[in-house]
Design a protein around this ligand. Structure first.
Ligand code: ADP
Ligand code: MG
Ligand code: ZN
Length: 475
């Protein structure tokens, strides 16, 4: 058998986090009773006219700039005509000729090293409604709530060669978009959807093979399986001396194979033409710079700053910034308690452990910065010890407990009264003469036992180093 190389390019649709839709004032909120987030414009009633949402243009620009794209100074919309019941107008307002962003790139990193994936373009368009098949009544229902929700489509160059690179690209892209704040990128709610274009060619060949496009991929795992399945299928087709047909295929993750949906349309099948109801958008240099200025600090910059400003090791900085939520929490807590290393420790060890235990993503972290800072202060000032601290942290994490209240209610405050401490130490010394004489005859270790007895009488609520020094004094 010949050796083949896989060539992959992605088209990623991302729902923008604007409050209202792209051409009307309806809400973009996810869910809601079917057909309650609609109006004549987004349901394509005859005679209604679209008005472009400025925020959509700004979010598209912000996404493009963060991906190193050039911004098209005069951009316009085009109609992509097709009939399907999820699209009441029978055309989708999209961009073909003058997409808002072009020529970007994203750096990815895999086990094989660093690599750049080109961004061919990013264009703006409107989302379509949702068809819901009702098996009971054997009919198809339509929910237009999603109709007119703003999307950007990010089209990559065919630069990826493996599922690993594709996942790295998607993860990087998702992180950038979340940091910039233009989308929540929730795959399970469909706010980030990837179509995979895949072809194979013999290693060494300079020409691309014929590609297929796979849709209906709603998780990274499904994408990885689809790539593997389609790669094998195409190799088989070629090995049998047949040709790969350019078509759209639907990946069925349960059956672990893809099915032909339709032969791939060319642009001309959509009879694209300039959208006559919308004026072209002229983007000034000032507008671009004002968006650029507002760009929040991105992950790579944060990783560098955490190392220099907070002396956090590169590895830890990588973990803290792997989710924007975690990075925000880290910085908010430091702003209150000024103890970067302590904050990093709690997040890296305890927060990560509890996220895993409760099967949550770092993005879902609900921990309050104020309460974490309070906990750190309590340990620092000797009100509680570290072991108690861990217990308190767990309760802040899980039920947003108030640290001081929790500690008081459960009697976990440390023995602050030196008189009481001394009293307990004396009792321990009196009741353990053997250990005391061991200590005096040079067995340093014996003091450990005495400290242990003291801690246990105090139910662990004392500072062990303080107990040690007082014990030494008493002995
Ligand atoms: P269309 O206009 O038909 O959608 P494009 O040229 O815009 O096609 O490409 C769509 C996507 O397919 C892009 O992400 C691109 O990188 C990818 N692509 C194009 N040619 C190939 C190929 N031969 N193999 C794999 N992916 C490809
Ligand atoms: Mg395309
Ligand atoms: Zn509407």
């Amino acid at each position: 058998m010949k050796t083949y190389e896989t060539v992959i390019g992605l088209e990623v649709h991302v729902e923008l986090a604007t409050k209202t839709k792209i051409f009307c004032g309806c809400t973009t909120a996810f869910g809601g009773a079917p057909n309650t987030h609609i109006c004549p414009v987004c349901t394509g009633m005859p005679g209604s006219l679209p008005v472009l949402n400025k925020k959509v243009v700004e979010y598209a620009m912000a996404a493009g700039l963060a991906c190193g794209c050039e911004i098209t100074r005069k951009t316009k919309f085009d109609r992509k005509n097709y009939f399907y019941p999820d699209l009441p107008k029978a055309y989708q307002v999209s961009q073909l000729y003058l997409p808002i962003c072009r020529n970007g790139k994203i750096e990815i990193e895999t086990a094989a090293g660093k690599k750049t994936v080109g961004i061919h373009e990013i264009h703006m368009e409107e989302d379509a409604g949702k068809l819901v098949h009702d098996d009971w009544d054997d009919c198809t229902l339509i929910d237009y709530n999603r109709c007119g929700v703003p999307l950007i489509e990010i089209v990559s160059d065919p630069d990826m060669r493996s599922a690993e690179e594709v996942i790295a690209y998607l993860e990087k892209l998702r992180l950038i978009l979340k940091y910039v704040g233009v989308s929540d990128c929730k795959m399970q709610e469909g706010s980030l959807r990837a179509d995979v274009n895949l072809s194979i060619r013999e290693v060494g060949s300079t020409e691309f093979g014929t590609r297929t496009e796979m849709k209906n991929l709603n998780s990274f795992k499904a994408i990885a399986r689809a790539i593997e399945g389609e790669r094998k299928r195409q190799i088989e087709v070629l090995e049998y001396g047949k040709k790969v047909i350019q078509e759209t295929r639907r990946w069925d993750d349960n059956k672990d194979t893809s099915f032909a949906m339709r032969t791939k349309e060319d642009a001309m099948d959509y009879r694209y033409f300039p959208e006559p109801d919308l004026v072209p958008v002229v983007i000034s240099e000032e507008w671009i710079s004002s968006i650029k200025e507002k760009e929040p600090e991105l992950r790579d910059a944060k990783i560098k700053r955490y190392q220099t400003e907070y002396e956090i090791p590169a590895y830890d900085a990588g973990i803290l910034t792997a989710s924007k939520r975690m990075a925000d929490l880290f910085e908010e807590t430091i702003a209150i308690c000024q103890k970067p290393k302590e904050v990093s420790n709690w997040l890296m060890v305890e927060a990560m452990r509890l996220l895993k235990e409760t099967e949550q993503e770092a993005d879902e972290l609900m921990l309050s910065a104020k309460k974490l800072a309070e906990l750190i202060e309590m340990i620092d000032s000797g009100k509680i010890n570290r072991t108690v601290g861990k217990e308190v942290f767990e309760h802040i994490f899980k039920e947003d407990a108030d640290p001081l209240e929790y500690v008081k209610k459960n009697g976990l405050l440390m023995e602050q009264d030196d008189g009481r401490l001394k009293e307990v130490i004396r009792i321990v010394i009196q009741s353990n003469p053997q250990s005391v004489s061991d200590y005096h005859s040079g067995k340093q270790k014996a003091i450990g036992y005495l400290i242990g007895q003291t801690m246990s009488l105090l139910h662990g609520k004392a500072d062990p180093s303080k107990v040690r020094s007082m014990m030494e004094a008493e002995l």
